[in-house]
Structure formats: structure tokens, C-alpha cells
Design a protein around this ligand. Structure first.
Ligand SMILES: Cc1cc2nc3c(=O)[nH]c(=O)nc-3n(C[C@H](O)[C@H](O)[C@H](O)COP(=O)(O)OP(=O)(O)OC[C@H]3O[C@@H](n4cnc5c(N)ncnc54)[C@H](O)[C@@H]3O)c2cc1C
Length: 478
């Protein structure tokens, strides 16, 4: 057993960051570079990025097996510019239509009020119910915590939930609207109701948002609806952050798996399994950015109540299935972002991102690359399928949804990534669990948790949350 050289002859670090996903790297970047703290990042895998998993092959395909694009939030763009990626940013056209598969065909989702009137996604009854709800004619909330299903059914009607909200939930959380908490999973939307209807709330909050936008000439300007990535995929961001940290002297250790945490006096001591044996790192503060089930294990003896609350956060299994077909095999022109599929349509796949329609250089000429999602909270049986079975299930679904039904083409299977525990679910009781974790952490000054089960799962939300937490840690270190 050795005490890591990074702690310089028993001098404790300022901050030990556990996990080198986007949350951990953002915190380390902010603390080591902006705040000049002594930081070490320890990551269990042999690469940085966590859920961000870009891959490529020599046949001309470049694909994502985790997040496939991001909303270009001001914090994310600033971070990308800070690590030298300004010219690598690519933006997918915000006007590309998104589709819902209903009654055997794709229907474009309305992107503006006139197209909302013309849309075939809802019947006239459904549209009137949605419009009334949006301007504030809705039953008041029932007592207790509302599920996403209850909240949106009360506000927008059953049809809008089945055809618009539920597919969207599948797309973001791979979750069950009846189990997700409206106030936790959609806190921003749930708050809009307090303005007197979702529409009024949306208008007012967009005015607020515009007034808060930063006017920095270094930050690329983006248009509404645009989605971002980088020329060589999203992994460019974590890799560029890690490179900058290392260049500036902050160690980013890979294959360092944290096993336990103790505190003696004011100093934390963490044990790691590493390729060269056990290492101990001492630090004045520690931030865990690991998934909730890992943090639960790490805090089992040290903060048992926090550990219990963390262990209750559910992660469903989701498979990302990357397939390619000749462009001639599709029933549509494939100009769009992708399609979502309501659970009522007899199709197992949750949705398909039309990857090569979004960003250039993702597939060879004449081929269409697709990223399909299958599994989630409502389909636990997915976990029992083999890879060939998963590919076949998705292929049969694509024949029902976007391929020409008579096609004889077999899929070119580029990759199947089964995430046993994919995305944390903000289920009923989530805010109470977070409150318990927060109360417990206050008993142990200098210990922090910053992760995608707190401020939102999207990359932009993780970065925003991490920056807030980095400021808290810097304050503590003062
Ligand atoms: C399939 C999928 C699709 C998604 N699609 C999108 C999308 O299109 N757009 C979007 O904005 N977001 C998307 N997300 C969400 C987003 O990718 C994640 O919320 C975000 O990347 C989480 O980052 P993180 O750093 O908080 O956690 P993670 O990326 O999970 O990082 C945690 C890190 O901790 C490490 N670790 C675990 N245990 C230990 C240990 N004991 N010691 C040391 N290190 C440890 C892990 O190896 C990992 O690297 C998607 C997520 C998934 C899974």
C-alpha cells in the first residue's frame, strides 16, 4: 500500500474528485484552473468521459453509444471554448423535424403555433384539450406528489400524454411516466404552472431566459432548437478537459477504482485499487461524481442514511443499437432529427436518432446511420436478450417504422451497447431522497456529491450543477 505521490509526501490535496465523467471533469477544471486548487481526479475505467462514449471504425462510421447530442447551453459552450474546442463545435439544424410514429406512419411534431393547429399527431378533441390546459384551464393539483403522468394528464389531457409526453419521457429517461415525479423530473415545467398556465409560464420564462443570456463574443452564437456535438463526437469534450488538466499539472488517474472513504480529524482518506496496487489519497475535501449505486456502496459504513437514500435511485437497462442501411431502403427522405414511438403502437424500440442526418461525417456516402434505443423501465425483459436478438428486435421494428416494409436489406450492425444501469430515474420520492442525502452530507464537512441524479441528466444540466458545486467547494476550502 502506498500513499499517492500526487499527495506530495503526505500533504493532503485540496480536492479529490472521484469519477471522470462530465460532472467530475467540470468540477476539476473549475477548481484546478479557475480557483487554483490542488486537485486529483480518479476514474475507475481506462478512459475518461463516463457515459460519453464516442467510437469510430475504418469503414467511415463515427457513432455515439451514450449521449448523442447536447443542448448548447451557455455553460457548456463556455467550457468547450475554454478547453480549445470552439472550432470543433458542430450544430445540427434546429429546424430539422422530429417525428412521432402513430397509426403506421411518421407524423412531424409541431414546432410552432400554426403547425400545432395543423398537426396530425393529435385529434381536434386532443388539440382543444391541450390548448385549454396550456392557457390555464386545468384541475388544481391533488394533494401529495404528482407523477409525470398525473401532472400532464391534468394539464394537457390524456391524448397529449400518450402521444407527446410519454414518447418524450422514453426519449430522455427511458422511464415510466407513472413512476417519475413531476416536480423532480420536470421541475422547470412544473414551476411554469405557477405563472397561470403552461403557455403563460413558457412565455414569461423565455423572456427571463433571454434577459439572462451572456453576451460574450468568444462564445459561439446558437439558434433556437439547434443541437450540438463536436467534429469527432462528444468525447472530444471530456478528452480536451483531461488533456488541459494534465498539462496544467493536475493528475487525472485512470483505472483507479475507489473502494472506501474514512475521515481522521479534518482530513479524508480514500483507498483505491490501481493497476500497480492499492493507493491511499488524502484530501481536505472529496466530491463523489459516481453513479448513485456506487456512491451508496462507498458511503455504506460512513453515512448509512445517505447510502440508503442513494441506493433507492433506480437505473433501468437500456440498449443503444447502432445500425446502418443503404439510403435507398428507407420509406422516408430521412431529413430529420429522428422519431419517437408511443408505447401504444405495438413497437418495442423506444425511438431512433437519425445520426447521419444530424451531423456530417458520421457514415459513408449512400448509407444512413441510426442510433436506436430499446429497453427502459417499462421493458425490463430486454436485459435477458442476447446481442443478436436485440439487433433483430430493432431491425423488425425499423421495418414497421421507417424502412420500406418490403425491404430485404439486413442491418449493418455497427455496435450494441447494453447499459445495465443507464439513466437515474427521478421517481416519486426523489426530492425527499435528495434532501436526506444533503442533510447527511452536512454532518461531514468537506464531503460533496455532484451527479446527474441531482440537477438534471442532460449534459448541460450536469455542467451547470458541477459549476455550482465547484463554487461551494471553493468556499469551503477558504
Ligand atoms: C444511453 C444514454 C444516452 C444519453 N443521451 C443523452 C443525450 O443525448 N444528451 C444529453 O445531454 N445527455 C444524455 N445522456 C445523459 C448524460 O450522458 C449523463 O447524464 C452524463 O453524461 C452523466 O455524467 P456524470 O459525469 O454525472 O456521470 P458518469 O458519466 O456516469 O461518470 C461517472 C464516472 O464515475 C466513474 N466511477 C464509477 N465508480 C467509480 C469508482 N468506484 N471509482 C472511481 N470512479 C468511478 C465511472 O466510470 C464514470 O466515468 C444519456 C445517457 C445515457 C446513458
Amino acid at each position: 500500500m502506498t500513499t499517492s505521490q500526487a499527495t506530495e509526501a503526505n500533504q493532503p490535496l485540496d480536492v479529490l474528485v472521484v469519477g471522470a465523467g462530465i460532472s467530475g471533469l467540470t468540477i476539476a477544471h473549475e477548481l484546478a484552473i479557475a480557483k487554483q486548487c490542488r486537485v486529483l481526479v480518479a476514474e475507475a475505467q481506462d478512459r475518461v468521459g463516463g457515459a460519453i462514449t464516442t467510437a469510430s471504425n475504418d469503414q467511415g462510421y463515427l457513432w455515439e453509444e451514450g449521449p448523442n447530442s447536447f443542448q448548447p447551453t451557455p455553460e457548456l459552450l463556455r467550457l468547450a471554448v475554454d478547453v480549445g474546442l470552439k472550432d470543433e463545435l458542430v450544430l445540427a439544424d434546429g429546424k430539422l423535424p422530429r417525428f412521432v410514429f402513430l397509426n403506421g406512419k411518421l407524423n412531424a411534431l409541431p414546432m410552432s403555433p400554426p403547425s400545432a393547429i395543423a398537426t396530425k399527431v393529435l385529434t381536434w378533441g386532443g388539440k382543444i384539450r391541450l390548448a385549454l390546459g396550456a392557457i390555464g384551464f386545468a384541475r388544481p393539483a391533488m394533494a401529495g406528489e404528482e407523477s409525470v403522468d398525473q401532472f400532464f394528464t391534468r394539464l394537457l389531457g390524456k391524448q397529449a400524454v400518450e402521444r407527446l409526453v410519454a414518447p418524450f419521457i422514453s426519449g430522455v429517461y427511458a422511464g415510466d411516466p407513472k413512476r417519475l415525479s413531476a416536480s423532480a423530473a420536470f421541475s422547470k415545467i412544473a414551476r411554469l404552472e405557477t405563472y397561470g398556465g403552461l403557455l403563460a409560464g413558457a412565455i414569461l420564462s423565455s423572456k427571463e431566459r433571454k434577459s439572462k443570456q451572456i453576451n460574450d463574443p468568444n462564445i459561439p452564437k446558437t439558434k433556437s432548437g439547434e443541437l450540438g456535438s463536436f467534429r469527432q463526437g462528444i468525447k472530444m469534450l471530456p478528452e480536451a478537459i483531461a488533456t488541459k488538466l494534465r498539462a496544467q499539472g493536475t493528475p487525472v488517474k485512470q483505472q483507479w477504482t475507489m473502494r472506501s472513504l474514512h475521515k481522521q480529524g479534518d482530513i479524508y482518506s480514500a483507498k483505491f485499487d490501481t493497476p500497480t496496487g492499492e493507493e491511499i489519497v488524502t484530501a481536505r475535501s472529496v466530491v463523489l461524481t459516481t453513479p448513485a449505486y456506487v456512491s451508496a456502496q462507498l458511503l455504506k459504513d460512513y453515512l448509512p442514511n445517505a447510502s440508503q437514500a442513494l441506493s433507492e435511485i433506480f437505473y433501468p437497462t437500456v440498449a443503444c443499437v447502432v445500425l446502418a442501411y443503404p439510403k435507398s431502403e428507407f420509406a422516408y427522405d430521412m431529413k430529420g432529427f429522428g422519431n419517437l414511438i408511443p408505447r401504444t403502437q405495438g413497437v418495442r424500440t423506444l425511438g431512433t436518432i437519425w445520426s447521419s442526418s444530424l451531423f456530417a461525417g458520421r457514415a459513408p456516402e449512400g448509407w444512413q446511420l441510426l442510433l436506436n434505443f430499446i429497453g427502459g423501465t417499462l421493458d425490463p425483459a430486454l436485459a435477458k436478450l442476447s446481442e443478436p436478438e436485440i439487433i433483430q428486435a430493432v431491425h423488425q421494428d425499423l421495418k414497421k417504422t421507417i424502412l420500406r416494409p418490403e425491404t430485404k436489406a439486413e442491418p449493418k450492425a455497427i455496435a450494441v451497447h447494453v447499459w445495465d444501469k443507464a439513466i437515474p430515474q427521478y421517481e416519486i420520492g426523489h426530492l425527499q431522497r435528495l434532501a436526506t442525502i444533503e442533510t447527511e452530507l452536512q454532518k461531514s464537512q468537506g464531503l460533496y456529491i455532484s451527479a446527474n441524479f441531482i440537477g438534471g441528466v442532460a449534459l448541460g444540466d450536469c455542467i451547470k450543477q458541477s459549476l455550482q458545486d465547484a463554487n461551494k467547494i471553493a468556499e469551503f476550502l477558504k
